[in-house]
Design a protein around this ligand. Structure first.
Ligand SMILES: Cc1cc2nc3c(=O)[nH]c(=O)nc-3n(C[C@H](O)[C@H](O)[C@H](O)COP(=O)(O)OP(=O)(O)OC[C@H]3O[C@@H](n4cnc5c(N)ncnc54)[C@H](O)[C@@H]3O)c2cc1C
Length: 262
């Protein structure tokens, strides 16, 4: 059995099946699968592997190796409902409940870490809280697509070159603050003078929603309609100086809000 329906759990379900293992099911504590839709279809549906949502493991049984597992549905507060628990016979449990950045080096360098991403806090040039230290990719936050890693890497490399040449742009003047339904955003600060790509993740899935930027007084600075947001799919937002030219202040809050269609 596999615990966790992120992309790795889903891909492992398919790989194990292809290697001749019977996967009895993927069990997910959230009420929705956390992997990309194409992986849900290609890794589970195509192989008839059941997906049990709002369900988690409460006990693993076995003396020398696993022989069964007790699972239970969870309520809205994610608490297992033990009176509705049931048993699954299996000999292996594969735990795939999330990736975190390798942050040993960041910790050794005493870089400030974001408690949500577990990676270093970075400016718009990908510089960390220590002068001349730049970071990019999965050490900063876990990416689902390597294309975004490449873009971040190009920016971090370019910025490190500017640092060496003494041509790094002026420090950022705006702090980004994750608001409604936003788990985190990277970078953590931006400059109103330059163009930026901001990456963020939703906390919960939403259909037809709006991404809004608001200043500290609550005034809307920018708005963008999105067809949907999903925690497994990083949202990327291109911010041009023209968008920010009327903005005054030093904090911008990012919200993802459900859209009520007329
Ligand atoms: C299972 C899985 C499937 C994926 N599938 C896809 C996909 O189909 N398409 C896609 O676009 N993206 C996919 N991704 C995402 C993509 O692979 C990653 O986002 C990308 O590889 C991250 O690149 P990175 O260079 O930041 O980190 P990594 O690729 O993890 O590279 C980091 C490297 O640094 C090394 N390292 C770590 N610590 C040290 C140290 N102290 N000193 C020296 N070296 C060190 C590591 O050994 C590793 O080689 C997948 C990710 C996973 C986990």
């Amino acid at each position: 059995m596999i615990l966790g329906s992120g992309d790795i759990g889903l891909i492992m379900a398919r790989r194990l099946t292809l290697e001749g293992v019977e996967v009895v099911g993927v069990f997910e504590i959230m009420p929705y699968a956390n992997g990309l839709n194409r992986n849900i279809v290609q890794c589970l549906h195509d192989f008839d592997i059941p997906l049990h949502l709002s369900t988690t493991i409460v006990e693993i049984h076995g003396a020398h190796r696993v022989d069964k597992v007790t699972v239970a549905p969870v309520n809205a507060a994610l608490q297992p409902q033990l009176d509705r628990a049931w048993e699954v016979v299996c000999d292996t449990v594969l735990v795939a409940i999330g990736l975190i950045p390798e942050n040993e080096l960041s910790q050794q360098m005493r870089l400030r870490l974001d408690p949500v991403t577990r990676g270093p806090v970075v400016t718009s040039t990908m510089e960390c809280t220590r002068d001349g230290v730049f970071a990019c990719g999965n050490v900063v936050h876990i990416h689902d697509l390597v294309d975004f890693v490449s873009a971040e890497a190009a920016l971090a490399g370019f910025s490190a070159g500017q640092y060496v040449n003494g041509t790094l742009p002026r420090p950022d003047n705006v702090r980004l603050q994750p608001g409604d339904n936003v788990a985190y955003c990277v970078p953590h600060t931006i400059s109103t003078e330059r163009e930026h790509t901001v990456y963020l993740r939703a906390r919960r899935p939403l259909d037809a929603c709006t991404l809004q930027l608001r200043d500290a007084t609550g005034t809307r600075v920018y708005e963008k309609r999105l067809r949907y947001v999903f925690p497994a799919e990083m949202v990327n937002l291109r911010l041009r100086p023209a968008i920010l030219q009327h903005f005054h202040g030093d904090v911008l809050r990012i919200d993802l809000i459900a859209r009520v269609e007329a």
